[in-house]
Design a protein around this ligand. Structure first.
Ligand code: DX5
Ligand code: ZN
Length: 217
């Protein structure tokens, strides 16, 4: 299904009210809920780990899309399966064995995602496409919400071509707004993560990033 899906990132939500924030975005009609896990090591910021993600699970009625910005990944895969992640995404830069990591994610019963930092070429995933359900193209250097969009439309088009007719989602993460969303959707992305465009001051404030604007692309 190549229709455009919106995945608000709760990184910009009120950390004391995740349950209510998740309900609010789902009431607005989001497709997935994007959960950013950061370890203060792979990226210079720290969020939460498996127990918190497990606590989010009952509030998420759609799809829980967990983006790991951690290294190493493999020791934690079972904990995120147990926490209820539907999709678990690891960075290709997080270790030398992305092939093994993707196999392990699927082996634990989740959909497997692979994320690419802005400096990482599309070719880095050429040999793992058959183990991949989602490719996350970072359009900021990961670590913080609210950063400026880095144009990766060339990489997105290249990946869309590489993917061919495999059922792989191409997700964009970072700096997605009503201005940048059409650019990446036209290049072939089908899942748009949006943090600060959706949450401002700890509450859902921009329902216009949903629905008509984006569905019309
Ligand atoms: C960045 C995270 C993103 C972030 C996006 O490291 O992976 O998911 O929350 O936030 P915005 O949409 O504000 O760039
Ligand atoms: Zn993310």
């Amino acid at each position: 299904d190549r229709s455009i899906k919106i995945a608000p990132s709760i990184l910009s939500a009120d950390f004391a009210n995740f349950g209510a924030e998740i309900r609010a975005i789902e009431d607005q009609g989001c497709d997935w809920v994007h959960v950013d896990v950061m370890d203060g090591h792979f990226v210079p910021n720290l969020t939460f780990g498996p127990p918190a993600v497990k606590a989010f699970r009952p509030h998420v009625k759609t799809v829980m899309d967990v983006h790991l910005m951690i290294a190493p990944v493999d020791p934690y895969i079972d904990a995120y399966a147990e926490a209820g992640a539907d999709i678990l995404t690891a960075h290709v830069e997080a270790g030398p064995h992305i092939h093994r990591t993707l196999q392990a994610i699927r082996g634990a019963g989740m959909k497997a995602g692979v994320a690419l930092n802005p400096g990482t070429p599309a070719e880095s995933v050429a040999h793992v496409l058959d183990l991949t359900d989602l490719i996350c193209v970072m359009t900021v250097n990961p670590g913080f919400g609210g950063q400026k969009f880095i144009d990766m439309t060339g990489k997105v088009s290249q990946l869309r071509q590489m993917v061919g007719d495999r059922p792989i989602h191409i997700e964009i993460d970072g700096g997605v707004t009503t201005q940048t969303a059409p650019l990446v959707a036209a290049a072939g992305a089908d899942v748009l993560v949006a943090g600060s465009a959706v949450f401002k001051g700890g509450s859902v404030s921009a329902p216009e990033v949903y629905g008509s604007n984006i569905a019309a692309i």
